[in-house]
Write a protein that binds this ligand. Sequence first.
Ligand SMILES: Cc1cc2nc3c(=O)[nH]c(=O)nc-3n(C[C@H](O)[C@H](O)[C@H](O)COP(=O)(O)OP(=O)(O)OC[C@H]3O[C@@H](n4cnc5c(N)ncnc54)[C@H](O)[C@@H]3O)c2cc1C
Length: 466
Amino acid sequence: MKKTSDGHNIKRGFPLDQGLTSPAAFDHRAPAHADYDAVVVGAGFAGLTAARELGSRGLRVAIVEARDRIGGRTFLAEQEGQKYEIGGTWIHWGQPYVWSELQRYGLGISESVSGTADTISLLTDAGLESDTAEAMGKDLETALQLFCDIDGTGGRMMFANPHAPSDVAGHLDQSSLADRLAEINISGRQRSLLQAFITMNAATDPAKGGMYDQLRWWALGEYSADSLLKRLGRYKIAQGTSALALALLRDSKAELLVGEPVTEITSVAGGIRVKGKNISLNSKTVVVAVPMNVLSDIKFTPGLPAERQSAHRENHVCAGTKFIASIDRNVGAWVGFAPYPNPLTMVIADREIDGKSLLVGFGPDDKIDLNNIEQIEKELRKFLPGINVTNVLAHDWSNDPYAKGGWTWFEPGQTTRVLAALQTSTPPLFFANTDWASGWRGFIDGAIEDGIRGARDVIDFLHLRA
Ligand SMILES: Cc1cc2nc3c(=O)[nH]c(=O)nc-3n(C[C@H](O)[C@H](O)[C@H](O)COP(=O)(O)OP(=O)(O)OC[C@H]3O[C@@H](n4cnc5c(N)ncnc54)[C@H](O)[C@@H]3O)c2cc1C
């Protein structure tokens, strides 16, 4: 198995080891052809799905990926026989596109122990409070119900179908999470739990994160905190996200070119030219499957329509950190929450390895130095006094040049400003990414949804529909 340059491993007492071993890592190869029916730029789930859909139609497809691995913002690392999901991880049968791919490729699920937590700890300025998961869960449920009740029906009227663009976006889209928090009357503990939860979702200051995305998540989670939490953080792909990425790649029969950041996409007679440092490929169609926050790094000639150009200049605001820490004891089925601006907003016990817990920590806005095991240990000890951290695995998604952020979260007003433009194609150039999916936008499911949609548009454009 190869080591990729993404991610790092810090073992207590050893220097930081850059790069992680992954089954999704590939060697660099030169292109076999100069002409393709479709070039897909980006080998995350959106790009891989689009390539599978197009390749299975018998088209000649190339996937051009900047990294030395596939999977994009999902990243399975393997170390000493254990699997570690460094990026996107949890999926659910309520996420229809990813669930159907699991069935297609015969993949199973495993559970994080935190999904059935018995204890939840809440860290606030007043100190650390632990209670049963049932009692804390009830408080979070009450708080979220009130928070998301923007229409007197718990959000059910305004977001009756979260997969359909909502025509109430313009009105609701203007509020931040903090604006809405200031409007509701709940207990101190409920407020702290709720503030931590919404900070976790947006992975930024609640004053910067838009309320609209929270309402979408709420509707996608069937208007219940319990049901939403099951969809957000309980079930993982047992074989790892890389197993699904590799299955899609195999099925696509596409040529994969890794280590090739695309810099220019130019219209030429009869098609489009895709250029990077070492490549110049001609194609009838192109599917750009890169994240919203890096769209502006690609030069399009001729220029794109004005609304799309200005959307390319915008960034979504999720700048969360995630790390995986091995500790020297077993904390059982436990979850910790802390409201913003604590450097960690949520810590969960994922599983046990040799009787010791593996924790996953999340924080907003890069407040944790992922290279610093001592800082990570200090922050974890606020939740779990006396623990020692023996190992940390992480990747800095916000400073990653091919992601420049985490999962999608729009700031107030941004849905209205950019979503329609990002969802519009400019044939023979098409765009596919979770960042502008309609349903589980920001999730693996949304990436697969938009990959299918992007490929469908290409198939229609090439008049291949039977
Ligand atoms: C820390 C973290 C935790 C997450 N947790 C979850 C979770 O638990 N569940 C869930 O469903 N989702 C989660 N997500 C979100 C999920 O990982 C993403 O929504 C999904 O993987 C995005 O897929 P995508 O194909 O749309 O985009 P990406 O995965 O970002 O793929 C885009 C690809 O384009 C490539 N690229 C970029 N620029 C260029 C260029 N110029 N030339 C060529 N290639 C380029 C990138 O390298 C990348 O491979 C998480 C994300 C992060 C970062």
